[in-house]
Design a protein around this ligand. Structure first.
Ligand code: SF4
Ligand code: SF4
Ligand code: SF4
Length: 338
């Protein structure tokens, strides 16, 4: 199986970090730092793949609400300037996509074999975001009350560490712009400040994308999982406990785990799906964040000045070796017959 540039860089960074840490870890085992917890009024989204009809109204609404241009694949641009297609994945121009899982005859929705399913992809607003941990200038920020992770383009220096640090491959750099920026879903923070819903939840006709407090969305997800597959249920639309009438539909046959509850230390987006998560491109991740590991490692390295002292020791050895070889050279010169 081939690997792309991003996977290669992430692997190389991981391998270098592991190699650097190994001798020190043997001498002084490092601890993960304490996991972070949900902010007091954490808002989030419940995406129920079994209720998604793949209409992509959320993709169009996201573009409109965030002023993002359409995607026009290069292969279409040359011969057809007037049309465009929906993006295959998130990019510097697209913050949200609906992707399709397909298998065999594709006769049944939300079935792994001979079935198909939809999955939504955008920022998951991690509880302990790696994008924030790796950003050297604090251009990524997590709101201490709502937990929304935003990006400040004025502070950003374009190093793209966040692109490689995110376990979900979310932040995208606008390579096609002369002054490119990092693009990612900011949970329609600007709309929420006006008392509005995130655009994708607002337009979703079935309630597949649902806005609410994370704690309430978690309970809603657990409630749905406790129902019998096929049982009729009124799925709220827009937001939990809103004034819109819900959509009555049969409950799906869900995978036994609510994705996003634990992955990478937990996220503020929850997924219910009928097809196994990895088949939908939702990566299998440990229940701690990379940020907790790397920050714990840094803390250990700098605790007691281990890393600076090791560096100083290395420099002293190098300097002494150079001095010695200079002395030896002089000695050789003196002994050489003239
Ligand atoms: S999904 Fe990626 S970009 Fe979004 S908060 Fe988590 S680490 Fe940051
Ligand atoms: S919350 Fe807003 S920015 Fe994020 S995917 Fe939905 S519409 Fe797009
Ligand atoms: S608007 Fe709702 S139903 Fe339509 S694709 Fe988006 S999440 Fe699915």
């Amino acid at each position: 199986m081939g690997i792309n540039r991003r996977q290669f860089l992430r692997g190389a960074v991981g391998a270098a970090a592991t190699a650097a840490a190994a001798p020190i870890a043997d001498a002084a085992p490092f601890d993960r730092r304490e996991p972070k917890t949900l902010p007091p009024k954490a808002v989030g989204m419940l995406y129920d793949s079994t209720q998604c009809i793949g209409c992509k109204a959320c993709v169009a609404a996201c573009k409109e609400a965030n002023g993002m241009p359409v995607e026009q694949p290069q292969r279409l641009a040359d011969w057809n300037e007037g049309t465009w297609d929906t993006a295959e994945d998130i990019s510097g121009k697209t913050l949200n996509v609906i992707r399709v899982y397909q298998n065999g005859a594709m006769t049944q929705k939300d079935r792994e074999v001979d079935g198909y399913a939809f999955v939504k992809r955008h920022c998951l607003h991690c509880v302990d975001p790696s994008c924030i941990s790796v950003c050297p200038v604090s251009a990524m920020r997590k709101d201490p009350i709502t937990g929304i992770v935003t990006h400040n383009p004025d502070a950003c220096i374009g190093c793209r560490y966040c692109v490689y640090g995110c376990p979900f491959n979310v932040p995208q750099y606008q390579f096609d712009q002369p002054f490119g920026r990092i693009a990612k879903c900011q949970f329609c923070n600007h709309l929420q400040k006006q008392g509005k819903l995130p655009a994708c939840c607002d337009v979703c006709p079935t309630g597949a994308s649902l806005f609410g407090l994370v704690e309430d969305l978690q309970k809603e997800a657990e409630r749905r999982m406790a129902l019998k597959p096929g049982e009729l249920y009124e799925f709220p639309r827009g937001k939990l406990s809103g004034d819109r009438s819900g959509q009555v539909a049969p409950v799906g046959e869900y995978q036994p785990h609510i994705y996003g509850e634990t992955e990478s230390g937990g996220t503020q987006v929850r997924y219910l799906t009928g097809v196994p998560h990895e088949k939908l491109g939702l990566p299998k991740l440990p229940d701690h964040s990379f940020a907790a590991v790397s920050e714990g490692m840094q803390h250990t390295l700098y605790k007691g000045m281990i890393a600076p002292l090791a560096l100083l020791g290395g420099l002293v050895v190098l300097a002494r070796r150079n001095v010695k070889s200079d002395e030896e050279r002089h000695k050789d010169d003196e002994e050489r017959p003239s």
